[in-house]
Design a protein around this ligand. Structure first.
Ligand SMILES: [Fe+2]
Length: 317
């Protein structure tokens, strides 16, 4: 269903009289939605148009045919019962940090490679800016989250480029099954004409409204742990559509693989609640997530609580 209250944040308002109101809006979005949509975020619109054009061209030239063959080989276009082990999506992944792999990804034109590299630099900057806004709202010192993500080699930053082609049986095959994101903060450039992304709020699936040139932001499991549950990673899914191919470029700004993730001590103390969230090495969490992505997140947290013994006591000072 549509929700007219979906939080839309105009980032340029942080520079003027409306700074306080804008920070409050971000706080409310983080506490109650796990999602918000950014406009006036500083990434030039004509550049985003170029990213979109090249992504769609690449899909048509290099991926569409392969996807059709895959669908045919699995008999997915004629399924009669719900498909629970596959998503109706065509994807590829890019890694930007700690080391870029863009030059190794096959089939990309030089221009597309160059543009995606530039896009990643802009998104990285935006992600770091957002982490500091979150710090401010959480009462954490500036740079706390960036440091928490750092590990020994800096954050992991990557992009999943996905296309959701028209699906003859959207009621039986999901574009992407419900899940929460494992990582830190996620920045999404999505199609403004073909919708499909929904989040779960108060037990109802709500559309994330497609808006031209916006960046959708959502919080992953790691921010839920670091904020000791003050912010939550929220379940979302993609509904396949009967017509039109939906483009989705999701960039994941995550902790470094050896970063140790645990609740920020001040957030645990301030609220005087029992420490609820575990401490773990990010890579171990990702290994678990790889097997359990489409399961609820709580058992993942529980699994690490049980193994906290091996990591020593959680610092509370
Ligand atoms: Fe996701």
């Amino acid at each position: 269903m549509e929700n007219l209250n979906f939080p839309v944040i105009s980032l340029d308002k942080l520079n003027g009289d409306e700074r306080k109101a804008t920070m409050d809006k971000i706080k409310d979005a983080c506490e109650n939605w796990g999602f918000f949509e950014l406009v006036n975020h500083g990434i030039p619109h004509d550049f985003m148009d170029t990213v979109e054009r090249l992504t769609k061209e690449h899909y048509r030239k290099c991926m569409e045919e392969r996807f059709k063959e895959l669908v045919a080989s699995k008999g997915l276009d004629a399924v009669q019962t719900e498909v629970k082990d596959m998503d109706w999506e065509s994807t590829f992944h890019l890694r930007h940090l700690p080391v870029s792999n863009i030059s190794e990804i096959p089939d990309l034109t030089d221009e597309y490679r160059k543009v995606m590299k530039e896009f990643a630099v802009m998104l990285e900057k935006l992600a770091e800016e957002l982490l500091d806004l979150l710090c401010e709202n959480l009462g954490l010192e500036k740079g706390y989250l960036k440091k928490a993500f750092y590990g020994s080699r800096g954050p992991t930053f990557g992009t999943k480029v996905a296309n959701y082609p028209p699906c003859p049986k959207p009621e039986l095959v999901k574009g992407l099954r419900p899940h929460t994101d494992a990582g830190g903060i996620i920045l999404l450039f999505q199609d403004d004409k073909v919708s499909g992304l929904q989040l779960l709020k108060d037990g109802e699936w709500i559309d994330v409204p497609p808006m031209r040139h916006s960046i959708v932001v959502n919080l992953g499991d790691q921010l839920e742990v670091i904020t000791n549950g003050k912010y939550k990673s929220v379940e979302h899914r993609v509904i396949a559509q009967n017509d039109g191919t939906r483009m989705s470029i999701a960039s994941f700004f995550n902790p470094g693989s050896d970063a140790v993730i645990y609740p920020a001590p001040t957030l645990v103390e301030k609220e005087k609640n029992v420490e609820e969230y575990p401490k773990f090495v990010f890579e171990d969490y990702m290994n678990l997530y790889a097997r359990l992505k489409f399961d609820a997140k709580e058992p993942r947290f529980e699994a690490f609580k049980a193994s906290n013994v091996n990591l020593g006591p959680i610092a509370t000072a």
